[in-house]
Design a protein around this ligand. Structure first.
Ligand SMILES: [Zn+2]
Length: 269
């Protein structure tokens, strides 16, 4: 499943191709994504894409009259191709551009989304989201205040989009290991300086993943291959039973809030 770093790398990959481009045609081959693709989205035809932003795991293609909101779901990916390349299986949406390139959306499991947000309104999928992890609003004082009195496991807490957006399972595991915090510890019972360290580690772990993914950017022009979700250097995720990178004790595994959690019972308290 694409997590925030993949979405940010997708944004960086498509932005140079779609920014300042006029949309000549929207082609929808299968509107049945997580939500049906709304008729409103066709308003993007004839509009110029002014900017590509990201909010949580949503990509925002901004025009003068509104914004196309794209979510990659469980298995979605975007590619930029020259016009005229026949669609393959699961290529559900094309955004044809005046440059002669096509932004093509592929999604085998169809849990992704293409939505439309008229100018000066906020789509319901974007309201009530917590701060971006890289924003100044996500800081030690903020997390302490949010965590106060919370009995939720810290891992579940930081994966809550109302607390901070974009911390998926992989990065929750990795940042808690980096901060030395046990994933089951109650959020409200963690000392302020440890929460401050966790904020720093969340930012660092996500930034490192984006940096690694950035090296795959050339793939966005590759007509044959799919961008794929990039391989990463991870410390604990997917490594249960293997030696802890810090103390060599075997890493433990537990389900926390239905999600696979890997941690070191010696290094994480
Ligand atoms: Zn350890």
């Amino acid at each position: 499943m694409p997590e925030l770093p993949e979405v940010e790398v997708s944004r960086m990959g498509i932005a140079p191709h779609v920014t300042d481009q006029r949309v000549t045609q929207l082609v929808v081959r299968n509107p049945k994504l997580r939500w049906p693709i709304p008729e409103d989205l066709y308003q993007i035809e004839g509009q110029v894409i002014r900017a590509v932003h990201r909010r949580a795991k949503y990509l925002l293609l901004e025009t003068d009259i509104g914004t196309a909101i794209v979510h990659l779901g469980m298995s979605g990916s975007l590619r930029v191709l020259p016009a005229g390349i026949p669609p393959e299986k699961h290529d559900h949406v094309d955004l044809c551009l005046a440059s002669g390139e096509v932004l093509r959306y592929n999604d085998p499991r169809r849990f992704g989304a293409w939505l439309w947000q008229p100018k000066d309104s906020e789509h319901s999928v974007l309201s009530k989201l917590g701060p971006e992890p890289f924003s100044d609003a996500f800081n030690a004082a903020y997390l302490q205040e949010k965590a106060q009195g919370k009995r939720t496991a810290i891992k579940t807490f930081i994966m809550d989009n109302h607390v901070v957006v974009g911390v998926g399972n992989i990065y929750a595991n990795e940042s808690l290991f980096a901060a030395g915090i046990h994933p089951k510890r109650e959020a409200g019972k963690i000392a302020p300086q440890r929460l401050a360290l966790l904020v720093d580690e969340i930012k660092a772990v996500l930034a490192f993943a984006i940096e690694q993914g950035g090296t795959t950017l050339k793939d966005f022009k590759n007509a044959d291959g799919k961008p794929g979700y990039f391989a990463q250097e991870l410390q604990v995720y997917g490594k249960a039973g293997q030696p802890c990178p810090r103390c060599d004790k075997p890493l433990s595994e537990a389900k926390i809030g239905q999600r696979a959690s890997v941690y070191c019972s010696a290094c994480q308290k």
